[in-house]
Design a protein around this ligand. Structure first.
Ligand SMILES: [Fe+2]
Length: 356
């Protein structure tokens, strides 16, 4: 069956400090910092950092808003773990790797018959490395994480809900997911037929709800890949047909287009379409993530924006070093793009706001 949702596009989280976030992702998780930009809503400059695999593939990208200005409250109604694939037999390596970095981890666990290790970011956010032998995507490597063990991209995500029923109905009816199994408190759903489309609903009936806004230590949303503007438009109509009339307008995020809906369990769900060039439209493949980039409509405010941001440095061994060229991120043919009205927010960054 053809479904609009092809898998996960990206996952967006709020850590605290920017430098500790860069260090965790690039050193502990061995991710490539593949884009530095800023939050495109509001009047306070906040970094928007993108981390992914060697090719910055859609479906490997975790984005963060370092939000030290305000703590969040983790709980139910939130994405509770971001899960990457790693090759078969490598969870022992990852457990030892996490120990060597002095970060808290679960040791080797099993869910739905697969081995994984769960690890905690300094801000409290949780990540998993899950064994998936069939993933052929291109891992980023570091001096301590080689190609034979590196993360390939997303396996999926874990979402905490107090009640599974309405959230299950939302994923199946509104988004076309298939329920593929239950393992204890985990209910598994899959989008598409490839790797990178797993949602595990974690049934936690007694867990207090987490906060919804931006706040350090919490996940903000999960984004699903619908690939084209036409599919986004169809999805918007589908949402409205079944009663989710609070779906947002379609927003221009420069690297993709976005539409947001608050799901019944509380988790914010974004649907995205890709644009020609994707993450490669404003940087050479080997230079992804090496400088702070702003969408054209923010450039005139660059000095005010930079002055308000915490300086960050990518560790030398984690910088780009002649990564293989990639022609372009998945893009929709120009002829297939309908004239979708796009919303674009243009903030004024005041000089008297506090750095975060
Ligand atoms: Fe997003």
């Amino acid at each position: 069956m053809t479904t609009l949702v092809k898998g996960i596009h990206h996952i967006t989280l709020c850590p605290g400090g920017a430098q500790e976030d860069v260090d965790f992702f690039t050193q502990v998780m061995a991710q490539r910092l593949c884009k530095q930009t800023v939050l495109m809503d509001g009047s306070i400059p906040i970094y928007h950092l993108y981390y992914g695999n060697a090719d910055a593939d859609v479906g490997s990208i975790t984005t963060t808003f370092p939000y030290a200005r305000k703590p969040g409250r983790s709980g139910s109604g939130q994405l509770s773990a971001t899960t990457y694939t790693v090759p078969h037999g490598t969870t022992r390596f990852w457990a030892d790797h996490f120990t060597s970095h002095g970060v808290e981890h679960s040791g080797i666990q099993e869910r739905f018959g697969r081995k994984y290790v769960r690890v905690r970011h300094p801000a409290g956010l949780l990540f998993e490395v899950m064994e998936e032998p069939a993933d052929t995507r291109n891992p980023w490597t570091t001096t301590r994480v080689s190609r034979d063990v590196g993360t390939r991209g997303f396996f999926g995500a874990v979402l905490s809900v107090r009640d599974v029923r309405d959230q299950e109905q939302f994923f199946i009816e509104a988004l076309g997911f298939t329920k593929v199994g239950v393992d204890g408190p985990y209910h598994r759903f899959q989008a598409g037929d490839g790797i990178g489309g797993i949602i595990d609903l974690h049934h936690e009936p007694d867990r207090a709800p987490g906060s919804w806004g931006f706040g350090a230590g919490t996940a903000h949303h999960i984004a699903l890949n619908l690939e084209t503007d036409e599919a986004l438009t169809q999805q918007k109509a589908k949402y409205e047909e079944i009663g989710f009339t609070d779906t947002s307008e379609i927003k221009d995020r420069f690297y993709f287009h976005s539409m947001y809906t608050r799901s019944p369990g509380g988790i914010l769900v974004e649907c995205t379409s890709n644009v020609p060039g994707g993450f490669y439209q404003d940087e050479a493949p080997e230079a992804l993530g090496t400088t702070l980039l702003l969408p054209p409509w923010y450039e005139e405010q660059r000095a005010a924006i930079v002055a308000r941001l915490e300086p960050i440095t990518v560790p030398e061994q984690n910088r780009a070093r002649g990564a293989a060229a990639k022609p372009a991120a998945p893009a929709q043919p120009a002829a297939a793009q309908p004239a979708v009205p796009l919303s674009r927010y243009k903030a004024k960054f005041d000089a008297d706001t506090q750095a975060t």
